[in-house]
Ligand binder design. Structure first.
Ligand SMILES: Cc1cc2nc3c(=O)[nH]c(=O)nc-3n(C[C@H](O)[C@H](O)[C@H](O)COP(=O)(O)O)c2cc1C
Length: 389
């Protein structure tokens, strides 16, 4: 039985976000609210197979994140075949293929959402990845699949660091899934999903925008409802995605579209407690709690907000070391909204370089010693994250 089949329904998961859902963020989300499933940021299949070791950072995770699914992107079935071995060897619970990234650098090369225009290639990629998973599970080694021994050693270092050095010895086939959009230039849910369903992935996550829309306009949940009808009865799970701001809204979307669950992305930024009340949400959807979710967990007291923020920063430093702390800045700023002098604090957050510095800034804030400059200088940094799905 694959892990998707064991999840409670409806499934409420954390969407993959490049530059955001790194191991530090995912582990704080897992500890604060425990979504039903978590995805890594996407990683290019070429980087998995041939890239320098630091490009494997996106595949670092901790046990608390399970079930954890690795997301890959690219346009070459052979590389997907091989990269699937690595995902299995690294002990992930599932492999997801990105067919939704609209960014020019990805889609114009025919990867990500570019695959919506080449369904035959998309299907060949799914078949190749599935074959890679099955061959690994039947005992073929990474070296037999063409990996350089140094690369294999790098995968094993990642496992050892997680305290699971023997992971590669326990072999079982993991499920394959796809994350995509409702079309390329225009909505084309039926023909596109029929192509995907024909390859029997375990699950499809559907962002309710076309590639052309990028992140503009609103997600089209009526197209997602149509997709639920295409996928219904095929054994493939369908998750809707796009613009969900609260668990209350998640419940309403699930009820009105008949999807098997939802993925939530941007609403979790600076709010890793987002999923905390998901059991109540489930009861509401199953109509065993008609009172609904009266209050979402977004009104967290400042003391808790700061405690979580500090915990998150410490997690990040533990995973990636002090030299890359700058990548934590946008997260710190996302926590600073909706309370007095949040803008002043945000302006400091986007310059902070260590946990020690962060602690003293928070102390200054709490003791009213933070200069109120209202500098918006950090806003550019907040806008600079890429958006790949
Ligand atoms: C900063 C950012 C990075 C993203 N990176 C990925 C990615 O690596 N893979 C992917 O499938 N989708 C990616 N997405 C798309 C999200 O998974 C999701 O489909 C989209 O944000 C809509 O959901 P939301 O409105 O709940 O955020 C990204 C989105 C954002 C905002």
């Amino acid at each position: 039985m694959n892990f998707w089949e064991t999840l409670p329904r409806p499934v409420i998961g954390l969407a993959p976000m490049d530059g955001v859902t790194d191991a530090g963020f995912r582990s704080i989300v897992a500890r604060q609210g425990r979504p039903d499933v978590i995805f890594t940021e996407f990683t290019h299949v070429h980087d998995v197979c041939y890239g320098p070791e630091h490009l494997l950072d996106t595949l670092i995770y901790s046990e608390i994140e399970r079930p954890i699914v690795a997301q890959l992107y690219g346009n070459d079935p052979d590389l997907f075949y091989r990269a699937a071995y690595a995902v299995c060897e690294l002990g992930f619970d599932g492999l997801d293929i990105n067919m939704g990234c609209p960014s020019k650098s990805v889609a114009s090369s025919g990867s990500g959402a570019g695959l919506i225009r080449t369904p035959e290639l998309a299907r060949a990629i799914l078949r190749a990845a599935k074959r890679g998973i099955e061959d690994w599970a039947s005992g073929r080694t990474l070296e037999q699949a063409g990996f350089h021994p140094e690369k294999v050693a790098a995968f094993h270092r990642i496992n050892e660091r997680r305290g699971d050095g023997a992971r590669g010895e326990r072999r079982r086939a993991i499920p394959l899934s796809v994350k995509t959009r409702i079309g390329y230039d225009a909505v084309m849910v039926e023909p596109w999903l029929e192509q995907l369903v024909a390859e029997h992935p375990a699950a499809i996550s559907l962002h309710g925008r076309t590639l052309r829309q990028m992140y503009r306009g609103l997600a089209d949940w009526s197209a997602i409802a149509r997709a639920a009808r295409v996928v219904g009865g095929t054994g493939v799970l369908l998750f809707g995605n796009g613009d969900i701001q609260s668990l209350h809204e998640a419940a309403a979307r699930i009820r009105e579209t008949g999807v098997d669950g939802v993925l939530v992305g941007r609403a979790v930024l600076g709010a890793p407690w987002f999923f905390k009340e998901k059991e109540r949400t489930r009861k509401f959807v199953q109509r065993t709690n008609e009172a609904g979710i009266e209050r979402d967990e977004q009104d967290v007291p400042l003391s808790r907000r700061f405690a979580v923020l500090l915990d998150h920063a410490r997690q990040f430093e533990a995973f990636y070391g002090p030299n890359r702390f700058y990548r934590m800045r946008k997260h710190l700023a996302w926590y600073c909204k909706g309370f007095p002098r949040a803008a002043a604090l945000r302006a400091r957050m986007v310059r902070v370089s260590s946990v020690g510095e962060l602690e003293s800034i928070l102390e200054d804030y709490l003791n009213d010693r933070l200069p109120i400059t209202m500098a918006e200088a950090g806003e550019d940094e907040l806008k600079s994250v890429s958006r790949c799905g």
